[in-house]
Every structure is written in C-alpha cells, then in structure tokens.
Design a protein around this ligand. Structure first.
Ligand code: AMP
Length: 277
C-alpha cells in the first residue's frame, strides 16, 4: 500500500484504516532511532501513523525552533521504507487555533531535571502529544528511551488522565562508537562530535559501578575531564518513573541521565542502571 501523506486533520480522518493503530510521534529529521520506533510499531499494529511536527510549544524562546532540521522529503522516504501507512504532517496553524486557551500542565515532575533546564518544555510536549492522541486515536504509541523523562511523563499523563493507549518504550539506538542518535547531532562539527562522545562514555563508566554515589562519581569524573569543551548542565541518578533523585542507599533500577552543551548544541543521553543489589 502506498504511503498516505495527511497534511491536515481532515486528510488524517480519511486515512483511518481497520484494526489496531500505532502512532510514532516525531519532529522529523528522521534517523535510525526513529526507524527503530517505526519498525517496532509495524510489528504491533495493522496501521502505523508517523507524525512529523516541529511543535513550537515545546521550544523555549532562545532554543533552536527556527533552525531545527527540516528534511521532509527524506523523512517520507524513511517512512515508506519502514512500512508506515500514514504520515501526519500538519501545519502549526492546523494544530493551534490563534485563540486557543487550554493546555496541559505537567506538574512538579515537569519542573525537575530536564524540565528545570527547559521551563515549559514538558507542558508543550504533553499538550501536543495529547492532541496527537486525540486526532490519531491510536491503540498504542511508541516513544524512545532516549528521551527518558518524556517517556515517563507520557506514562504519567496516560495514568493521570485515564487514556486508553498502550505506551511502548523503545531502546536508544546508538552509533557504533556509543553516541546516541539525535536529530541535533547534525549540528555537531567533527571536533564537537568527539567531545559529544564523552556523554555515552560517562554513562558507561557510571553503569559499571554498583552504589549510587559511585555511579555518579565515576560518570562525573569522565565529564569533568572533558570540560570546558563539554559544558555540563546536569548529571542525575533518578527513579525511572518519577524522575526524583535517588538516595545514597537506593537499590533497584534507576536512570542515569546527563545533559550538556557542546559548542552551541545541547545534547541529552541516559542509561538505565541497576543500583545496589
Ligand atoms: P524527536 O523527533 O527527537 O522528537 O523524537 C521522536 C521520537 O524518537 C521520541 O520518542 C524519541 O525518544 C525517539 N528517539 C529519538 N532519538 C532516538 C534514538 N537514538 N533511539 C531511539 N529513539 C529515539
């Protein structure tokens, strides 16, 4: 079946097929990480809808909304190659009425860690994801572990607002040298890219330790050695579902998450680590 490109909500309604629908929300500039989500969705549902929408609501005033990479034709080829059925690529005007009033509030969980660094980001993200859920009406939606706090917040939204949608978390796809794939990697110069490798190296060093203080210490040492080329924003060890920082005696699964600036590019990465035990 040929790929259907829905440029607005009316096109999307017409494209609705029979059987379970899986949604893969993206901002485009698709790479192998996105491909893995589409393949995961393909294996789970009769119809796969990929949304491509650079959501203005989730960017801060000094962030990269206007220069965010937009590669629509290449993205369509990726979606077609991975067997997606529908690409939903609405305009900002179609998504947001100029007089809109109501939006989502991500709560305290949206104000910590990545939310502290990007005020309003999770409110904007949840608002667009809920709108996409309402427009596409999927049975399930696939999100990457790469954005671990986003995934946790979406699970929270589904629980708190009683949404009947299965949320699937998919593992982070990395380059052979460890760098997590990201649409923002294309901003990196060759020299920046070498520095950016320190993020995944630090996470691996942390994950090789057992107790919380040692995990953080080992990761921090690797990051500190790369300063000032790498400008650390945060390094935290958090509960995977609440994103609250875990205490020194914690045991169980935790997320070791890092954000740093390399040149003008802000990168995030994380790994799930087994603490204690
Ligand atoms: P984005 O286009 O950056 O908003 O990402 C769209 C989806 O792709 C989100 O669910 C991301 O978590 C996911 N994603 C981004 N990078 C990766 C990656 N390297 N591996 C797996 N999923 C990813």
């Amino acid at each position: 079946m040929a790929l259907i490109v829905a440029r607005n909500r009316a096109d999307l309604r017409k494209a609705r097929g029979d059987g379970p629908v899986a949604l893969v929300p993206t901002m485009g500039a698709l790479h192998e990480g996105h491909r893995s989500l589409i393949r995961d969705a393909r294996a789970r549902a009769a119809q796969v809808v990929v949304s491509i929408f650079v959501n203005p609501l989730q960017f801060g005033p000094h962030e990269d909304f206007s220069r965010y990479p937009r590669t629509f034709e290449a993205d369509l080829a990726v979606c077609e190659a991975e067997g997606a059925d529908v690409v939903f690529a609405p305009s900002a005007e179609d998504m947001y009425a100029p007089d809109r009033q109501v939006s989502l509030h991500s709560g305290e969980m949206g104000r910590i860690v990545e939310g502290a660094a990007r005020p309003g980001h999770f409110d904007g993200m949840l608002t667009v994801v809920l709108k996409l859920f309402n427009l596409v009406q999927p049975d399930l939606a696939v999100f990457g572990q790469k954005d671990a706090q986003q995934l946790a917040m979406i699970r929270r939204m589904v629980a708190d607002l009683d949404l009947d949608i299965e949320i699937v978390g998919a593992p982070t796809v990395r380059e052979p040298d460890g760098l997590a794939l990201s649409s923002r990697n294309r901003y990196l110069s060759a020299a920046d890219r070498q520095v950016a490798l320190v993020l995944s190296r630090a996470l691996r060093a942390g994950a090789a330790q057992a107790a919380a203080p040692k995990i953080l210490g080992a990761a921090r040492a690797v990051l500190d050695a790369a300063a000032p080329a790498l400008d650390l924003d945060y390094l935290v060890l958090v509960d995977p579902s609440t994103f609250a920082e875990v205490g020194e005696s914690y045991s169980g699964a935790a997320v070791l998450a890092v954000a740093a600036r390399v040149g003008a590019t802000r990168l995030i990465d994380n790994v799930v680590v087994s603490v204690g035990g």
